[in-house]
Design a protein around this ligand. Structure first.
Ligand code: GTP
Ligand code: MG
Length: 446
């Protein structure tokens, strides 16, 4: 809760200002009459005013808060760069200068501390020197169409169909639970058979062994790819359209990814929006772009957009789109017009932004509605608000789509994670894990 003071000519005026500035969630805490002005501090001719103390719930997305967060992020990056610019030999020298007092072990300690502020990816790179080779242009299949998909996701499940005669009670227990949480019989049957095959009679005696093996099984089925540049042929610029239903989290996810790729990874990123009729939507993305110092363009006219794109020197263009009801396919056609303005040197991808809080049927309808734009990856949002993850993980498996990122809260730019098989699988089997989930924009960069 933040506290602010508001002054006005009377109490009514103060309350009016409070409502206008801070909305219905602000509360009046205290009030007083004060005097303002007056001749030479005597109070003579001073004006009588009202002052109130107002409690304002700290809005997750308030402008000040985001600005503060972005500033923190920039500060952290500067700190990291300063640390990295210290030569390795310098580190040893510090350690050895002080070696008599600190002992040889301390140089290791310092190096360890410095490593701790390096991005995870870099620490990993230092251990295993990388082979930099951009994947050759390869037309990867865009996943299964829903009409081709196995019917497990579409199948109407009758719980008593599940009663397989000789299933071990621990496997049955897990299967029953996941069925209740929205997974389908077909998928769970396959999992149950695999678990029975993989666990000995002794292992099956412990429920924890069953759940652990189920995590491993799901890890094998989940596909992930958290590199925005993935699949981009050498020399091409990457364009990513983020599509998805209204409110699924497209704009905030783009802001988080822009921070990650530009501020943290040092890539040249531009932000575009095709959502050109909602002023607030334009402002929302523009605000993030300005805060990070990134080029921003609201596409109103296709010809002008083409000219802008030709001049744009970025290596990554993140395109925000208007959310629309998956029942209105004409909007999708409009969206596809924007794809036409990109040229030969651009490599376009579409990522579906899907909220993990939607019902299984809704997720399926959305996945189907966006098929014509050919998305092959899903950015899953609102894991922090989800109860279970089983049905959406199964959906991705059924239609052969990969998970790219996981948005785990409203906090821009921090609440985003690279999708990992382990985390997703664990969240399905141990849904309580969803409660404490938090972002790590810094640590896990591909
Ligand atoms: N709890 C939670 N809230 C989120 C997450 N991602 C986005 N939100 C919130 O969801 C709301 C909608 O987010 P936006 O990014 O504006 O969604 P959008 O898809 O751009 O919405 P439209 O432009 O209207 O289609 C905002 O209040 C976000 O703060 C998340 O991972 N967790
Ligand atoms: Mg938006």
């Amino acid at each position: 809760m933040d506290f602010v003071k508001i002054r006005g000519k009377d109490l009514q005026d103060c309350i009016m200002q409070m409502k206008m500035k801070y909305g219905p969630e602000a509360h009046l805490y205290d009030q007083r009459v004060i005097t303002e002005g007056g001749l030479f501090g005597t109070g003579l001719m001073a004006q009588r005013m009202y002052e109130i103390d107002v409690g304002v719930p700290e809005k997750q997305n308030s402008k000040e808060r985001i600005e503060r967060k972005l500033k923190d992020l920039k500060e952290l990056i500067k700190q990291k760069q300063r640390t990295e610019s210290l030569p390795e030999s310098g580190l040893v020298a510090i350690g050895s200068n002080q070696s008599s007092a600190m002992g040889v072990g301390n140089s290791h300690l310092r190096k360890k501390n410095i490593d701790a502020v390096r991005p995870f990816s870099e620490r990993r790179r230092r251990q295993n020197p990388p082979v930099y080779e951009i994947e050759a242009a390869e037309e990867r299949p865009v996943g299964l169409s829903l009409s081709e998909a196995r019917d497990s996701v579409l199948e109407v499940v009758t719980p008593n169909k599940l009663q397989a005669p000789e299933r071990h009670p621990h496997i049955q227990k897990l299967v029953d639970r996941l069925l209740n949480e929205g997974m389908t019989l077909g998928f769970l049957e396959e999992m149950a058979v695999a678990l029975e095959r993989r666990l000995s009679a002794v292992d099956l005696a412990r429920y924890a062994n069953v759940t652990d093996k189920a995590v491993t099984y799901l890890e094998e089925r989940i596909q992930i790819d958290s590199d925005l540049f993935s699949g981009t042929p050498r020399g091409k610029r990457k364009i990513i359209f983020f599509v998805g239903p209204t409110g699924s989290g497209k704009t905030t996810s783009i802001a988080k990814l822009a921070a990650k790729y530009s501020l943290h990874m040092g890539k040249k990123v531009s932000l575009y929006t095709t959502d050109n009729y909602r002023i607030a939507a334009i402002d929302q993305l523009k605000f993030y772009a300005d805060a990070m110092g990134l080029p921003f363009y609201a596409a109103k006219d296709l010809r002008k957009m083409k000219e802008t794109i030709l001049r744009d020197g970025s290596e990554l263009i993140l395109v925000d789109t208007a959310g629309y009801s998956h029942r209105k396919s004409e909007n999708l056609e409009k969206l596809q017009e924007f794809y036409q303005v990109f040229g030969e040197k651009d490599y376009i991808e579409t990522i579906l932004v899907l909220s993990s809080t939607v019902s299984k049927d809704n997720a399926l309808a959305v996945a189907k509605a966006y098929e014509p734009v050919g998305y092959k990856r899903i950015l899953l949002t609102k894991l922090d608000e989800a109860e279970f993850l089983g049905s959406v993980v199964e959906l991705a498996d059924t239609i052969h789509r990969e998970f790219a990122f996981l948005s785990v809260g409203q906090d821009v730019p921090f609440d985003i994670l690279n999708a990992t098989k382990k985390l997703l699988a664990e969240c399905v089997i141990f849904p309580e894990k969803l409660k404490g989930i938090a972002g790590e924009v810094f640590e896990k960069t591909v």
